[in-house]
Design a binder for this molecule. Structure first.
Ligand SMILES: NC(=O)c1ccc[n+]([C@@H]2O[C@H](COP(=O)([O-])OP(=O)(O)OC[C@H]3O[C@@H](n4cnc5c(N)ncnc54)[C@H](OP(=O)(O)O)[C@@H]3O)[C@@H](O)[C@H]2O)c1
Length: 289
């Protein structure tokens, strides 16, 4: 039986720690911020607009600081980075949570397929720009929210010759590719961080949130309402694995792993492919300048 985020952090004290969570105005991001703040952390909560971030932070108990971060807009990400740097505090926890799923038609951001751009590239730029603050924390944890759907990535893992999506687009494959990129990035980052900092990825479970908003309405009703309904968990439970991986003392020093249901699970066979990780890192660097 799945536990709630509150239950898995029951014995955790985050007083004096600073966390950053993306996508806090909806779904499991709101709950992740709420529970980290409940445990005493100052939480920098990002949303696409300052208004959305402010509204959510105002409605959440604890020390929550709203910051705008539109992950498809590099200037918004750079402004967010500048604001976080100006706070001049070590970053103990980063939860890369925001995401979009299964866009029915190909959409692009600066010529790149939108799910890859949002779910992976936006977070890549945000996190790699904050590495000094992450490294300066005593025991930093970077948590990348992926999905079990990363198993549906194309057979090559990442189609570097089709990042635009123009050589063929399938909504679930593109989502899967972006979520495999999340796992590869976490593993790659875990190798690049110093010993006292870790990076891991996770599947939060199947949760009824706004994530299906971009799907064809009929498909969303059948897929989410009928097929997946029996396996769905609540939002308080859906945030549990993020909060567990971000805070639980049992995971001290654990890096480059993939979690689901608050336990380590096997990821895609390509997740540990160092060549693929490095190629994704280099490509992401060049695409984000
Ligand atoms: N729900 C599930 O069953 C499930 C399963 C596996 C994995 N996940 C993963 O869990 C994470 C959270 O999803 P959720 O279910 O909580 O969905 P959600 O309710 O739709 O929340 C997604 C959040 O991401 C934000 N976001 C979307 N595009 C953005 C952009 N361009 N820039 C900045 N923020 C953006 C959304 O902001 P707006 O509201 O302003 O659009 C929202 O705050 C996602 O990474 C998702 O892939 C969820």
């Amino acid at each position: 039986m799945a536990q709630t985020a509150e239950a898995v952090t029951d014995a955790v004290d985050l007083t004096g720690k600073t966390a950053l969570v993306t996508g806090i105005n909806s779904g499991i991001g709101s709950e992740t911020m709420r529970v980290l703040a409940l445990r005493g952390a100052r939480v920098i909560g990002t949303a696409r607009t300052l208004e959305k971030a402010r509204e959510t932070c105002l409605g959440t108990d604890g020390d929550c600081v709203p910051v705008a971060c539109e992950l498809t807009d590099q200037s918004s990400i750079r402004s967010c980075v500048a604001e976080v740097q100006a706070m001049d505090r070590p970053l103990d926890i980063v939860v890369a949570n925001a995401g979009i799923m299964a866009l029915p038609e190909l959409q692009q951001v600066n010529g790149i397929e939108a799910q890859f751009a949002t779910n992976h590239l936006g977070h890549f730029l945000l996190i790699t720009s904050l590495l000094d603050q992450i490294r300066s924390a005593n025991a930093a944890r970077v948590v990348i929210v992926s999905s079990a759907a990363h198993m549906q990535a194309p057979s090559a893992g990442i189609e570097f010759d089709n990042l635009s999506g123009e050589r063929g687009y399938s909504s679930w494959k593109a989502y899967g590719q972006s979520k495999l990129a999340n796992v590869l990035f976490a593993n790659s980052l875990s190798r690049r961080l110093p010993d006292h900092a870790t990076a891991n990825s996770l599947h939060p479970g199947l949760i009824s949130t706004n994530l299906g908003r971009n799907m064809h309405r009929g498909l969303a009703t059948v897929a989410l309402g009928v097929v997946m309904f029996p396996f769905m968990i609540s939002i308080p439970k859906g945030a549990a694995t993020s909060c567990y991986v971000a805070t639980h003392p049992d995971l001290e020093g654990v890096r480059g792993r993939y979690f689901a249901d608050c336990a380590q699970k096997r990821a895609h066979r390509l997740a540990s492919d160092i060549e693929l990780q490095d190629r994704l890192w280099e490509t992401s660097e060049s695409l984000t300048g």
